[in-house]
Design a protein around this ligand. Structure first.
Ligand code: ZN
Length: 280
């Protein structure tokens, strides 16, 4: 049987899948430690690729990397969430280690291309694809053409600025959308709110003993993490929100609001329909 390999190199995990006619028939997920030298990571990936491809006649592999990937060469120039991945020849290295023909692009471009060709965006002429994870990526299809820009770096919606005096970003700018809706930023904002709530609860319980004042209830996230705020993850926030936890719901609402600012900026920049509405 003929198959192909898909590899997603993200800021936290690396996902590797064996694909047979648009269907994933086997998959592996390994951790990506941002402190591990990239050549070592690629050697680990190549070992898994070789094992996965054993029963199939695999000739090609497509790689998406969470970073800026040079068009054609597949060179990873820079990745805000993987600081060691600077000028790493991913395409060339994996081709050499696996013997496969390798294609490499930015992860959000790869997802958008996949959804446009085979998934949710099939049949649309213009598509904006967003990947929400450790970072925030985006890919663009306009007039049935993937838009990569002059060197392949186009479509970085996560690094458009939504607040001019916002937090610093590893990309060198500050106030980027990713600093508000990336998983790390969401968890950090949630922890700060929980710490503030714990402080208020302490003050309230002192007042209760002195004056009989009742305080607010503690978030369910304290109980879900055993009072260890290092255990807060987007999954914990989501679980607590579904349980009706007000603080978790607030974090999700805020995140959705910031995401909406990013999306509306993209819509205003790209959508011809909106311009037609104005003309009307
Ligand atoms: Zn940035």
């Amino acid at each position: 049987m003929e198959g192909a390999i898909g590899i997603d190199i993200g800021g936290t995990n690396i996902k590797i899948g064996l694909v047979d006619k648009n269907r994933i028939v086997a998959r592996r997920i390994i951790k990506n430690d941002p402190g591990e030298p990239p050549p070592q990571v690629l050697t680990r990936v190549a070992e898994i690729v070789k094992k996965l491809g054993q029963k199939y006649s695999v000739k090609t592999a497509g790689v998406g990397v969470a970073g800026l990937v040079e068009k054609g060469s597949g060179l990873v120039v820079f990745s805000p969430n993987l600081p060691l991945w600077v000028k790493i020849p991913v395409k060339e290295t994996l081709a050499r280690l696996t013997g496969l023909e390798v294609f490499c692009t930015n992860d959000a471009n790869a997802v958008t291309l996949g959804e446009w060709l085979y998934g949710a965006a099939r049949g649309y002429n213009d598509v904006l694809g967003l990947t929400l994870g450790t970072g925030v990526g985006s890919g663009l299809i306009i007039n049935n053409q993937p838009v990569l820009g002059a060197n392949g770096f186009a479509g970085e919606l996560g690094h458009t600025v939504i607040s001019f005096n916002g937090p610093d970003c590893p990309c060198g700018n500050s106030g980027c959308l990713e600093r508000y809706i990336g998983a790390v930023a969401v968890v950090r904002r949630c922890r700060a709110l929980l710490r503030a709530q714990a402080r208020r609860a302490t003050v309230a319980s002192n007042q209760l003993s002195l004056f009989g004042t009742s305080g607010e209830g503690l978030s369910r996230m304290f109980e879900l993490t055993g009072f260890n705020l290092n255990q807060i993850t987007p999954e914990v926030i989501s679980r607590a929100a579904r349980m009706g936890d007000k603080l978790a719901q607030r974090v999700i609402k805020e995140t959705a609001y910031f995401l909406a600012i990013g999306i509306i900026n993209a819509v205003l920049l790209l959508t011809r329909k909106w311009l037609l509405l104005v003309a009307d």
